[in-house]
Design a protein around this ligand. Sequence first.
Ligand code: HEC
Length: 132
Amino acid sequence: MLLRSDLIAALAVTAGIGLAVQSGADAPLKATAIMPDAHLEVSFATEVMPILERYCWECHSEDSAELGLKLDTYEGVMAGSDYGTVVEAGDADASLLVDMIISGDMPDGGDPVPAEELDVIKAWITEGALNN
Ligand code: HEC
């Protein structure tokens, strides 16, 4: 009988490890998939700014341009351009800044903004476009 209980114990351990590995592998995937809709707080300063810096500041910053739209400060992002606002707090779908990235018009040349980073921007807008 010793043998059988050892076998059961071994099976239980194997199953336990299997579960642990499985949930370990699933967890990060679920976290990223849920994030844009889960209304977790996205930080403008630490999450949104680095994306704008990488893809937009070349043309939309205080240093770079004659362009009206400055994306290198919170105030600039919210002020928009001569044509109007580009971020509608709480409504990512109505925000020109999001539209321009989805349509591929922005960034004007260069690498497109990856979907995960666009999701960060959208989540930030959905959460109220806070200066956080
Ligand atoms: C290589 C230069 C360049 C880069 C990089 C760039 N833009 Fe632009 N952007 C422009 C120009 C030029 C215009 C104005 C001309 C036009 O409307 O097509 C413009 C216009 C816009 C507008 C419309 C408002 C306005 O002033 O006309 C938005 C919104 C915008 N850009 C967002 C972005 C975002 C967001 C990024 C980064 C993901 C980005 N742009 C990157 C050059 C650039």
